[in-house]
Design a protein around this ligand. Structure first.
Ligand code: G1P
Ligand code: ZN
Length: 548
């Protein structure tokens, strides 16, 4: 029984059966989240599961997408009714995902709520999402999110405090009875940390020497961060930032930093007057895409090259104990780690799997093929951090991005990499396809295709080295004797239908063959992947819906 002077009501309702969090929190259409009691029930299920101590501190912030502000007011009321007594919330309800992670850690909060559907489109017909993070600043583990799901299925109702709407526009403290609400500048703590990690003086000099950068905030949350850091602190001209204003519908764009959705930036990189570094981040600021003049840096290469030059940057002078990548991410990182004599862990898809490794100090750098990279400075991936990392690296190495990549490939070989996505409205067909492929695995091992043989064929099963927890069926992988690999898995972040992801990789060591077009190198492997899994037959698609 909670003793409180707040006016708390218990609302009875029927539980929702669809509140199972996916790869990164609960993601649904805005219309689903706006159903009466829907958000309230999910938040109550989280509090019932986490059992936070009375009087605990909570951080709340989001990517500013449609429904962000209303949802924050609801969460504050449910939190107050569940014993939370201190709430830190970003001004205007904004906190980028990495900044939220930092604020949770820095102010020792008991938990954090991040309102985002990441790179998914926003607006009334778009997507909304909610994920909750632990005191480490990392996303709740699969075990916890599954426990929340079970709780949500049996919920009889929720508790809610009656409070006036909290003014999120002005920073500062407000008291609502025994509840303390602090509206903070969402950028300040983050900008301070970036100045500790990177050599801002060297970057300023590099910019003064005439180098230019271009950052596309895609109308997501990073606009204000980029303005403060790139313009105010580093002295870039204000027009270095594209789509800088945070908008609830991301200006109708798909705020995903990849060559397809950030095509405008790619086009700029191909012009003769291209900036030296062009980069984009997604709706909630945790993804990054890095380009140079006429050059696209694949995320798997990016993290590998970061490791190779890590000690040139102030925050990383002592190197790292180990690194990690998600299983489908290219194995370029493994090659650098092996040379350095440090372990490279392979985790299932989803940033949360890195968190235990980071928290235990086993790794200090990690990345995913899906444009996600970060280090131990927070417990989420971090878009602007990656951008600053690369700017600092260009300034420190006095080389262009392409020159750095060429040198890296000549030394380590190149991991050509591409992801083919197949969308189907029929989830059961996608599951049937994977089921059939799984059954065929024993027969595939040892089979010869052209000059290569399948050396191993399995369904990735992860055992967390820190807590021993197990995660099964994390993707089917076929490893070939000639440095090629195919991985198949279903997306866990969609809100309708199913997306089959096929990840293609080929490691080429011959220095004469490192400058070929990626799609040309990987097309035969992609076609083989489609044939082996009988994608056309099951999904009815002759070609991928998208290639990244
Ligand atoms: C996707 C990416 C994955 C990333 C996640 C959250 O998940 O593939 O690497 O962690 O978004 O940003 P998926 O849709 O593949 O489950
Ligand atoms: Zn994101």
């Amino acid at each position: 029984m909670i003793v409180s002077t707040l006016d708390i009501t218990h609302i009875n309702c029927t539980p929702f059966q669809d509140q199972r969090p996916g790869t990164a929190g609960l993601r649904k259409k805005v219309s689903v989240f706006r159903q009466p009691h829907y958000l309230e029930c999910f938040v109550q299920a989280i509090f019932d599961t986490l059992k936070l101590p009375q009087g605990a501190r909570l951080v709340i912030g989001g990517d500013g997408r449609y429904h962000n502000a209303e949802a924050i007011q609801t969460i504050i009321r449910i939190a107050a009714a569940n014993g939370i007594r201190e709430i830190i919330v970003g001004q205007n309800g904004l906190l980028s995902t990495p900044a939220a992670s930092l604020v949770i850690r820095k102010y020792k909060a008991a938990a954090g709520f991040i309102l985002t559907a990441s790179h998914n489109p926003g607006g009334p017909d778009g997507d909304f999402g909610l994920k909750f993070n632990t005191p480490s600043g990392g996303q709740a583990t699969e075990q916890v999110t599954e426990a929340v799901f079970r709780t949500s299925q049996q919920l009889s109702g929720y508790r809610i405090a009656s409070l006036p709407p909290v003014d999120l526009v002005r920073t500062g403290n407000t008291k609502c009875g025994e509840l303390d609400i602090q509206v903070i500048d969402p950028v300040a703590d983050y900008a301070m940390l970036m100045q500790e990690l990177f050599d801002f003086a060297a970057i300023r000099t590099w910019l003064q020497d005439g180098h230019r950068i271009r950052f596309d905030a895609m109308h997501g949350v990073t606009g204000p961060y980029a303005r403060r850091i790139l313009v105010d602190l580093l002295g870039c001209p204000p027009d270095s930032i594209l789509h800088a204003e945070s908008l609830p519908d991301f200006g109708g764009l798909h705020p995903d930093p990849n060559p397809i959705d950030a095509a405008e930036l790619v086009a700029e990189s191909l012009r003769p007057d291209s900036a030296d570094l062009l980069a984009a981040s997604d709706g909630d600021g945790d993804r990054n895409m890095i380009l140079g003049p006429g050059f696209f840096l694949s995320p798997g290469d990016s993290v590998a090259m970061m490791l190779a030059s890590l000690q040139l940057l102030p925050g990383y002078r002592n190197g790292v104990a180990g690194v990690a990548r998600s299983m489908p991410t290219s194995r370029a990182l493994d090659v650098v780690a092996a040379e350095l004599g440090i372990p490279c862990y392979e985790t299932p898809t989803g940033w949360r799997f890195f968190c235990n490794l980071l928290e235990a100090g086993l790794i200090g750098l990690c990345g995913e093929e899906s444009f996600g990279t970060s280090s131990a400075h927070v417990r989420e991936k971090d878009g602007l951090w990656a951008v600053l990392f690369w700017i600092n690296l260009l300034a420190a190495r006095h080389r262009s991005l392409k020159q750095i990549a060429d040198e890296h490939w000549r030394h380590h070989g190149r991991h050509y990499y591409q992801r083919w996505d197949y969308y189907t409205a029929d989830t059961s067909r996608a599951n049937a396809m994977l089921g059939a492929l799984r059954s065929a695995l024993p027969g595939l091992c040892g089979r010869q295709f052209g000059t290569a043989q399948i050396e191993s064929a399995d369904d990735f099963h992860y055992r967390d080295p820190v807590d021993g927890s197990e995660s099964a069926h994390q993707g089917i992988r076929l490893v070939f004797s000639d440095g090629a690999r195919i991985v198949y898995r279903l997306s866990g972040t969609g809100t309708a239908g199913a997306t089959l992801r096929v990840y293609l990789e080929r490691h080429v060591r011959d220095a004469a063959a490192i400058d070929r077009p990626t799609s040309e190198v990987l097309a035969p492997l992609g076609n083989l992947a489609a044939a082996l899994a009988r994608i056309g037959e099951f999904i009815g698609a002759d070609a991928p819906t998208g290639m990244i």
